[in-house]
Design a protein around this ligand. Sequence first.
Ligand code: ADP
Ligand code: F6P
Length: 320
Amino acid sequence: MAHKIGVLTSGGDAPGMNAAVRAVARTALHKGMEVVGIRRGYVGLLSGDIIDMNARTVSGIIERGGTCLYTARCPEFRDMAGVKKGYEMCMKLGLDGLVVIGGDGSFRGAGDLSSLGVPCIGIPGTIDNDIQCTEYTIGYDTAMNTAMEMIDKIRDTTQSHDRCSVVEVMGRKAGYIAVNVGIAVGAEAVITLEEPYDLNKIAADIIRAKQGGKTHFLIVVAEGVGQTDVIANSIKDMTGIDSRVTVLGHVQRGGSPTLRDRVLASEMGYHAVQLLDQGIGNRIVGLKDGQVYDIDLQEGLAMKKPFPHRRYEVLTTTAF
Ligand code: ADP
Ligand code: F6P
């Protein structure tokens, strides 16, 4: 039903966004639609910064991190006046559908635009995996694998010096990366916002383990806790073990996407265009019970995502 659609990436970038852009463009072209890429998210929508896309525009990007469409945060789009301007640009460009690849902030903008009459579909793209209505967000797997590889390297030097490394991983409001990476690297402790933690207990466990012959320690902290230096200093004071902080930072946002990210991004992009082709908008594409599905945008944003407490238990049970 849609004849001309747009695609944009918005908010923090995530490896696999390119695979989603490619799938959206190729699926739409396959169906005989026209496709435009909107650069730098809603900023480009408001200024009309668009590129016509053909099958070759998206060649050679599936294996690349970042986003070929660039991304941005656009404060103006948070107000209905900005959204109205976006709607007028969609009308000017003749768009009868828009795919928004981003996080929950980007989806709120997509919901506002849908309410004015432009059918929008959200595809979850953020390394944090913090979108309520989906088990999985594009970029999460790559980011976790990158963090795991980096911490494996940190372990080498931590072990050589009999130290404790306190490593901060990304996750503005969520500890999903932290808990999974913590298990994968064999961390002694993981500290997230979702689980209560007791530094005295962690220190006591470390002292006991050291007496039992353990020589070095890894603690993974989710960025959102915001206390990584304080935690490292406390561990040092309480255990007497030389403790160092590493903040992994934006390295986790880059790099070639994993197979999982490429495949799910492709399937989500394909699914989004199927919806627009049927004239359906105001939906979020997600993963539920391992299958790609879609849900009403406002309903999806209102959901609460469970934290994998069982994984946290696996970590604490197997840590020492
Ligand atoms: P993410 O999409 O990763 O959550 P942000 O929260 O930075 O990232 O949001 C990306 C963009 O989405 C913002 O710069 C803004 O343009 C738009 N946006 C965010 N929140 C809203 C909102 N409540 N209503 C409308 N648009 C919003
Ligand atoms: O939401 C993804 C994320 O990488 C968070 O983990 C982090 O807190 C934030 O974005 C950093 O964003 P930026 O440095 O791009 O402003």
